[in-house]
Design a protein around this ligand. Sequence first.
Ligand SMILES: [Mn+2]
Length: 432
Amino acid sequence: MLDLLKVQAKKAAELVEKSSFVRVFTHFDADGISAGAIIAKSLLRFGKPFHVRFLKGLNQKVEYDSDELVILADMGSGYPDVVSQIDADVIIIDHHTVVGKIEPMRNLAHINPHLAGLDGTYELSASGTAYVFANALGNNVDLSPIAIVGAIGDKQKLIGGNAEILKEGVVNGFIEEKNGLNLYSGKLREVLMYSLEPFLDFYGKENELDEFLSKIKIDGDKEIDELSKEETSTLANAIVLRLLKIGAYEGVIDEFVGKRLIFKKELISNAVMMTDVVNYCGRAAEMSIGLAVCLRDKNYLEKALEIWRKFRIEILEQIQQWRNEVKEGFCIRYLVMENAPSTSPIASTLSRYIYSDKPLIVVNVKNGKAKVSARSTTKIAEKIDLAEVMRLAAEKVGGRGGGHKVAAGANINPESVEEFLKEVDRLCCMQS
Ligand SMILES: [Mn+2]
């Protein structure tokens, strides 16, 4: 299946070979950081000098010299105008919806599952696409766990291209699949209290948590990885009930029960935990620490874990603060926040666990700008394409938007928030 991407990956490898210096630009989320790590490692092994920079998107400036090779990872496919203006050889390693036509000034290799007839929404992320690129450059099969980090980070499924990468990782001994629950590692009480994937709504609700633990008769001080088979199954059932009670989307239940991935050679062996650590490093603007963890640099592990612990508490606090401010539209729900530290994790959690039956649009007005995160579920995405909705509604108010069917975003003027939300609601009603 991934063979379909190999023609472009090979073309990209040729561009690397003839270049003298590579400028890598990647996104600052878990998928972008892990894609950046895979690209960096493969260039390092290939013996090519390079530099990695993290961008929030292509509305930020791409700086390069024209004799250098520019690699855009987890971005590029949706910005044909920007890419067409880059006066250097370009490689795009992306999985976002392809928009328009790129008229490259020099050579271009465009690796994107959508262009090869593959699914880039659920079945291959930027890190997975980067993995295909890396393996066109040399043998980089040991980077398969890092490719999975991006897929989990982008809430993809381990099917299609992702399943193929997972299998390569398992066969070669870099990943182990175990039965069990996809929760963080640690003491049961703490894991349940601070869990964001799944979000269990125990934060600040000590009494409910005590009651939950006494009902299932498991000591909260037990290490979750050391629970017996019976205890694990009791816990799983209780968590499923909890999720249903708080209104979670059914899809999250399949995600956390059944299979658990163990990374054999990474600094953090629990796959979901590794993903969140990398993700939060990005959210805390400490991308290079996340990158270092993906590159197995032990010196940064403690720092990364510290960022992760601090940041998840911040998100849980934000959820408490904003969850009751969510407003009801016709075909959407929306939340307008001011000066929140981050938008996307709050949007993801609220839309998957508390308000899961309609698209949720979260706007954060900060520093004179309005950043929008739109989220829905696979079920809603059968009808509503949020990438399209964000693009059209943002264009209407002079902003820019795009992304994926289930997770999209936009940047607009704070003055147009109301008009934008109306248009989003209208477009969602039209599609549903
Ligand atoms: Mn991505």
